[in-house]
Design a binder for this molecule. Sequence first.
Ligand code: AP5
Length: 215
Amino acid sequence: MLGAPGAGKGTQAARLAEAFGLVHISTGDIFRANLSQGTPLGRKAQEYMDRGDLVPDDVTVAMVKDRLGAADVARGFILDGFPRTLPQAEALDRVLAERDSRVDCAVYLKVPDAVLVDRLTGRRVCPSCGANYHARSHPPKREGVCDVCGAALTVRPDDREATVKKRLAVFHQSTAPLIDYYRDRGALLKADGEGSVDAVTGFVVSALKQRSRHD
Ligand code: AP5
């Protein structure tokens, strides 16, 4: 899944994993899990994440390589938020080539920056069950309280406005070149990420089914 912060990569990756029976691998989620467990990897990643920068390529690639070594990925997987730089994309190609595999499709969710700033600065997350809300467009029934498990909702530290703007700048500089990288090899599927969550899922699922019929 390719797209700027807040484009809906996590939301759509979870739905696509369900629809196609794939494993959902989010590098952001793995970093956050390490952070909350206080591991050396989490401590290393935190300073970069808090200021909206990318975690260095060598750290990220080693982590993904390790995750792709697990048995469950044999049924196929969706990478959410990886690769995010050209060196990461090239490293991924090498890792997959070693297994006679390749990236079948890079799904790019396109959303204007102004919409992304609103989505992220309004996002509220449940630290306990992971449910996701938006202060205005998808508020919980009781302000600040998770509908699912009743825990107090929090704001992700990197969703504060100044950090969101930094993350967007990093996307345009370091990640956007991957759009051409995958387009040039005929692997890009571009989707309008501004529609409703259901509309985006519907478009991507049917486009992926169509592609697999032509493979
Ligand atoms: P990560 O967790 O991947 O953050 P991100 O890319 O900034 O993505 P987000 O989770 O903010 O957004 P998303 O596109 O997944 O959208 P979501 O579905 O949540 O990474 C965090 C940090 O980790 C990075 O900044 C970096 O430091 C580090 N990192 C991670 N991967 C790395 C890598 N490969 N290399 C180096 N460093 C790395 O949706 C966002 C909000 O919008 C939600 O509230 C959702 O409900 C809402 N929403 C979703 N879709 C719609 C829709 N269609 N309409 C209205 N609202 C919607």
